[in-house]
Structure formats: structure tokens, C-alpha cells
Design a protein around this ligand. Structure first.
Ligand SMILES: Nc1ncnc2c1ncn2[C@@H]1O[C@H](COP(=O)(O)OP(=O)(O)O)[C@@H](O)[C@H]1O
Ligand SMILES: [Mg+2]
Length: 262
């Protein structure tokens, strides 16, 4: 299952979710590939891939300079590989502008890897540019992190509209997996209101698990560790573990619906 984590707003927890959802799925025994599609490379650092280890990465793969195997690295977590990003990836947006089928590049390079991985998690950049278009066209499902703050719903209309356009014109099978509420602080009244509002707005499409604001989640990337390596007992680790279980159950149900048992 290829899941793209998309929201054109920055700071909503896309990368934190990509790194730790991926780690939790890998820990549960599912071979998982994390694709860092943000030129900032935060997902790569988050799984411990420093600047000096990032070449070749997703950019070189998209350019057709290397094979997929060469663009992948193992991480400290068993079953968990990453395709790192470098700042060069920002240039890919410009280069891809003039290429035919430019929105399909990522999908093409990931297609042969689908057999190898139970999950491919794509961490998209904070924009609706050509890289995010590639993330949407490559995805089977979109996961949308929504920050529990006052302007949470702002921008979601535009995002859903973009997803609708991609579905209509480029990728008819594209669906939203769901929205996940992030950075929840239970002491903040508006955070509770936002949860209620988002659930009303997207009935049945919001995951039960709500990711709390947890300092350990913010600290872990500076040590190049996922939350389970950094602090397995933290609330952040426990919540991403439950979230991964919920995602996996949702995906299993989808697959069962697609291939009814007789
Ligand atoms: N649940 C959380 N608790 C505490 N800090 C978080 C949490 N989720 C994300 N952060 C921090 O918030 C900032 C933005 O998160 P990030 O995952 O990078 O968002 P995005 O990828 O959407 O820009 C980062 O500094 C990250 O460490
Ligand atoms: Mg990010």
C-alpha cells in the first residue's frame, strides 16, 4: 500500500507522522519504505540519514541516473528503508516542468518496489507543487495530518479540491485514507473544539487516534532516531504505535473489500 502524507501547510506533523508511522509499521513486521519527497530532508534526518549519506537519493532516481536499489538506505530499524532527499530535489520541480507526464515520475520509479514492501510512505513537501502532484499520483491512499489549532480547516478545502482534480484527470483510483489530528494539547480549549469540528466536517474519515503534542516527538529527530528508538515509553511512541495499528486495520479492510473472500 502506497500512502502519501500530504498537507500544503508546513508544521502540521507530516514528517513526524511519516517517520514514526513508518517505524511502527516496520516494528510490527511489515517491510516499509519511507520516501522523503521534501527538499528539506527532514524525514531523512529523522531516520538517522545524515547529509553525507544522502547521495544518491530520490532526486537521482527521479532523474533516471540510478536504479531504485542505489537510492535506498537501510535504517537502524529492521524492515525499514528510506529514500533520502537532498536540497537538489527543489530543482526537480523546475526540471520536471518540461517533461511529458511529469506528474507520473514517482509512480513509475516506485512501481517495481510494490512487491517488496507492504508499505511505502511518502513524506510530501509543504506545497501543492509538482513534487506533491507526484506524491498524489504515486499514492494509493492519501493521509492528511490536521493540526489541532484554530485555523485547522483552512486550506483543507483547497487540498481536497486538488486531490479531486488529480483523481479526475490523472489517477482515478486515488482515495483519501483519512485525516489524522496532530499536535493535540488537551489543556487548550480550542484543540477540543477543533477535534469536534474536523470530525463533523469529515464524518467517518478521521482516525480515532489523536496524536498528542509530546516533547519527546520533537526531540527525537535531532538524535536521528525515531520515537521508538528515542523513548519507547513516551506517550508519543505509544500513540504512534496505536495509530499504526489503526492504519493497518483500515488498510486490511480496504484490501478485503477489493478482493471479496468466497
Ligand atoms: N506530536 C508532536 N508533538 C510535539 N512536537 C511535534 C509533534 N509533531 C510534530 N512536532 C514538531 O513540530 C514541528 C513540525 O512538525 P513536522 O512533522 O516537521 O511537520 P511538517 O512535516 O508538516 O512540516 C517539528 O519541529 C516537529 O518536531
Ligand atoms: Mg515535513
Amino acid at each position: 500500500m502506497i500512502i502519501s502524507i500530504v498537507n500544503q501547510k508546513g508544521g502540521v506533523g507530516k514528517t513526524t507522522t511519516a517517520v514514526n508511522l513508518g517505524a511502527a509499521l516496520a516494528r510490527a513486521g511489515h517491510p516499509t519504505l519511507l520516501v522523503d519527497l521534501d527538499p528539506q530532508g527532514n524525514a531523512s534526518s529523522g531516520v538517522g540519514i545524515g547529509d553525507e549519506q544522502r547521495l544518491p537519493g530520490i532526486y537521482e532516481l527521479l532523474r533516471g541516473e540510478v536504479a531504485a536499489d542505489a537510492a535506498m538506505r537501510p535504517t537502524a530499524q529492521e524492515n525499514y528503508h528510506v529514500m533520502p532527499a537532498t536540497a537538489d530535489l527543489a530543482g526537480a520541480s523546475v526540471e520536471l516542468m518540461n517533461v511529458d507526464n511529469r506528474e507520473f515520475r514517482l509512480r513509475e520509479v516506485l512501481a517495481p518496489l510494490k512487491e517488496q514492501y507492504s508499505y511505502i510512505i511518502i513524506d510530501a513537501p509543504p506545497s501543492l507543487g509538482v513534487l506533491t502532484m507526484n506524491a498524489l499520483v504515486a499514492a494509493e491512499r492519501v493521509l492528511i495530518p490536521v493540526q489541532c489549532e484554530y485555523y485547522a480547516l483552512e486550506g483543507l478545502g483547497q487540498l481536497l479540491q486538488t486531490i479531486g482534480l488529480v483523481k479526475e484527470h490523472l489517477h482515478p483510483e486515488l482515495e483519501v485514507l483519512g485525516a489524522v489530528l496532530t499536535l493535540f494539547d488537551r489543556r487548550v480549549k480550542v484543540a477540543h473544539d477543533v477535534i469536534k469540528e474536523v470530525r463533523e466536517h469529515f464524518p467517518g474519515k478521521v482516525f480515532e487516534t489523536v496524536i498528542p503534542r509530546n516533547i519527546r516527538l520533537a526531540e527525537a529527530p535531532s538524535y536521528g532516531k525515531n520515537i521508538f528508538e528515542y523513548d519507547d515509553a513516551s506517550q508519543g511512541a505509544q500513540t504512534y504505535q496505536s495509530f499504526a495499528q489503526e492504519v493497518h486495520d483500515t488498510v486490511k479492510n480496504l484490501i478485503n473489500q477489493q478482493t471479496p473472500q468466497t
